[in-house]
Design a protein around this ligand. Sequence first.
Ligand code: F3S
Ligand code: F3S
Ligand code: ZN
Length: 105
Amino acid sequence: MGIDPEFKTKRQKMPEQHSNHDVWGPVEPPNKLGIHGTVVAIDWDICNADGSCIPACPVSLIEWNNTPGNSLSDKKADPAREADCIFCMACQNVCPVQAIKVTAP
Ligand code: F3S
Ligand code: F3S
Ligand code: ZN
């Protein structure tokens, strides 16, 4: 199952941001990492480091973030500069495990 499109109402925003974007819990490292981002939301508990989203983004806003010890993958796609998103939907369409949900603000 892919990312829950209703994560904003069903999950709690963590008190601390990660590189200028919100994180939606629960977060219990290393195996529960939550959803990173709001406009470009990437579920780190679904991302298996396929990597297709990174070159697909025309404005290169997604970057790798290391997640050592995570049983699914030791790195995750991070929406590092989600404010740059142009809503082309390429990342959402290319992810083979539906870990990404893009929502215009
Ligand atoms: Fe992860 Fe999907 Fe990107 S598995 S690395 S979010 S293409
Ligand atoms: Fe980039 Fe387009 Fe996604 S701008 S973050 S690939 S919606
Ligand atoms: Zn992040």
